[in-house]
Design a protein around this ligand. Structure first.
Ligand SMILES: *Cc1c(COP(=O)(O)O)cnc(C)c1O
Ligand code: SF4
Length: 429
């Protein structure tokens, strides 16, 4: 049997036209989608709806939560304000104003992402972020979308059209110039949105100039994508699927390591024929697939889920890489698990894995000073403490040093932690 599917996006303006969706939702659920979907981006598609969501388990289904807005993703007061605006039949612009007001309350630019935009030849390079010495992030301007939107997305402002919060860049020449001037950089990470929402042709426009330039220090080209989870047909039956795979081969044949950084949130995303075939095809190009995702309530907050997910990934030839904590933006209040719950989930899953899957590191907060791993809890001078360390840091000399914070069972983020026996963390000196 030939696997193929034609992509159909389901958004706020058309989702009620699809019987399967409409028949399975209550009036309240539809109302919630319409209210929350005005503030946070909403998009799903025919693969997610037909092959991933378990429609017998609504509203609890994890994949349903992953792409469909739920009432509680907004704080009550914000929800009611938008609900009121919609019931009063305000015009588009007025609704947009209400939406933007709520959006700005949701910390749309978490963890100082604007501080990561480098200044080069007296210009701010919007479209590049350079936070960690070795790795430069590149945001191509025509991939500021994804095949579906995660309800927890921390890049959400890029999809709702708040201009000053977009990071995107048209040309590769500036990126190349930047790389030529920064010989410490070994990795370029294409990110977005989802770079694989671009056509192979568009992606080629960004990649070929890199391959054609002599950049001796550049070793690894990474692509961050959730296409394997949301649209595996991208690598199977899209018009340019084969061109895309040929492009991957070209990167590998040019001597680079092509690292496909795949975002998987739930083992169900690894169960379809389509995703299995897509993974095989990508790996056959000589690329390696590494996997990452945040741990979240309503989606994947049990050890069993992570254990199954990592085991299946290794079986399919992927390399488990990071488990993150949800960032302090958007609907964080809805998804956040406490640091201690995340540590327990991580350890319980990790101890049941083969060594091949223990490449994974977590749980990790990607915070302003760097990527901080919570190692666990310990007793120091009769005080219970969290042990932490940097996996990545703005200042690379911080990496790997253990440090401690007072145990706080409610803490969900770095701001909730107090340094143990000091008034500042060592990296705040
Ligand atoms: C996570 C991240 C990277 C990549 O870090 P690795 O540990 O090398 O995977 C690079 N830049 C930023 C801003 C990041 O958040
Ligand atoms: S795939 Fe990534 S960028 Fe796209 S919506 Fe999900 S978290 Fe956001």
């Amino acid at each position: 049997m030939k696997l193929e599917k034609q992509y159909k996006a389901y958004t706020l303006s058309n989702f009620l036209k699809y019987k399967k969706i409409k028949q399975n939702l209550t009036t309240e659920q539809i109302q919630a989608i319409q209210v929350v979907g005005r503030v946070l981006p909403f998009k799903t598609n025919n693969y997610v709806v037909d092959e991933l969501i378990d429609w017998n388990n609504i509203p609890n289904d994890a994949i349903f939560h992953l792409t469909f807005p739920q009432a509680k993703m907004l704080k009550k007061i914000d929800y009611e304000e938008m609900e009121k605006a919609l019931s009063e039949n305000l015009n588009k612009l007025q609704i947009r104003e209400v939406a933007d007001k709520i959006r700005y309350k949701l910390n749309p630019n978490p963890d100082g992402q604007n501080n990561n935009v480098p200044i080069f030849e007296n210009k701010r390079l919007i479209g590049i972020q350079h936070k960690y010495e070795q790795t430069v992030l590149f945001f191509p301007s025509n991939c500021q979308t994804c095949h579906a939107y995660c309800t927890f997305c921390f890049r959400w402002p890029q999809f709702v059209g708040i201009k000053e919060l977009k990071f995107a860049m048209n040309q590769t020449d500036l990126l190349i110039k930047y790389l030529q001037n920064h010989p410490q950089v070994t990795d370029v990470l294409f990110t977005g949105g989802d770079p694989l929402s671009m056509s192979a042709k568009q992606l080629e426009k960004y990649l070929l100039p890199l391959l054609e330039t002599d950049l001796p220090h550049l070793q690894n080209i990474r692509i961050g994508s959730k296409a394997l989870a949301y649209w595996p047909y991208r690598f199977i039956s899209d018009k340019d699927s084969d061109d895309l795979l040929r492009l991957f081969e070209k990167v590998v044949n040019s001597g680079y390591h092509l690292a496909f950084m795949a975002h998987f949130s739930h083992p169900r995303e690894l169960e379809t024929k389509a995703v299995e075939l897509a993974i095989r095809r990508i790996r056959n190009c000589g690329a390696e697939i590494r996997t990452q995702a945040p741990v979240m309530k309503h989606i994947n907050n049990t050890a069993k889920i992570w254990q199954q997910m990592w085991q299946k990934q290794v079986k399919l030839g992927c390399i488990p890489y990071y488990m993150f904590l949800p960032r302090d933006t958007g609907a964080q209040h809805y998804f956040a698990v406490s640091l201690i719950a995340a540590v327990d989930i991580f350890r319980e899953a990790y101890r049941n894995l083969s060594g091949l899957a223990r490449t994974v590191r977590g749980p990790i907060m990607s915070a302003d000073p760097g990527k901080i791993q919570i190692l666990g809890t310990t007793m120091l001078n009769n005080t219970k403490a969290f042990a932490l360390r940097f996996i990545q840091a703005r200042n690379s000399s911080w990496v790997g040093k253990p440090f401690f914070a007072n145990f706080n069972p409610q803490a969900i983020w770095l701001d909730d932690l107090q340094p143990l026996n000091r008034n500042k963390f060592f990296f705040q000196d």
